[in-house]
Write a protein that binds this ligand. Structure first.
Ligand code: ZN
Length: 150
């Protein structure tokens, strides 16, 4: 495993590209997932998307409490409700602000074993999922920020 360099800057074109679907879960994908986990731990974050380490693939990881998710080709199928909460981003250091997100989402993704999952997720965890999935479409939280935190 290895800690990867983070891509930073809200105006960095590398963070604005659309990531490609993963077709085959090969050893490069597995190494990427392992490296992303190590990188997330090193910076003590809750979520990390592949474009944040310079890989334009639809892959993200989320670690929240005792739950750890590896999301390959995640897709939000349904969303409902609204919640405003504060967010920050490893790729936009020094900025935090309020963002409106759905309260509840139904998400589909594939794990490293190729198994398909469909789950309903709510609250802060739904916020983190939405934030990470946005990265795969070149969207940053600052684009949606209602108000910057003091
Ligand atoms: Zn982020």
């Amino acid at each position: 495993m290895a800690i990867r360099d983070l891509v930073t800057g809200a105006d960095n074109p590398e963070l604005r590209k659309i990531s490609r679907e993963v077709r085959i879960i090969n050893k490069h994908v597995l190494t990427l997932l392992d490296d992303m986990k190590e990188t997330l731990h090193a910076v003590q974050g809750v979520g990390l998307a592949a474009p944040q380490v310079g890989v334009l693939r639809r892959i993200a990881i989320v670690e929240f409490g005792d739950k750890y998710y590896e999301l390959i080709n995640p897709r939000i199928l349904k969303s409902s409700g609204e919640a405003i909460g504060e967010e920050g981003c490893l790729s936009v250091p020094g900025v935090r602000g309020k963002v409106k997100r759905p309260e509840t989402i139904t998400v589909m993704y594939v794990d490293r074993a190729g198994k398909r999952h469909r789950e309903e997720i709510t609250g802060i965890l739904a916020r983190v999922f939405c934030h990470e999935i946005d990265h795969l479409d070149g969207v940053l939280f600052v684009d949606k920020m209602i108000e910057e935190a003091e």
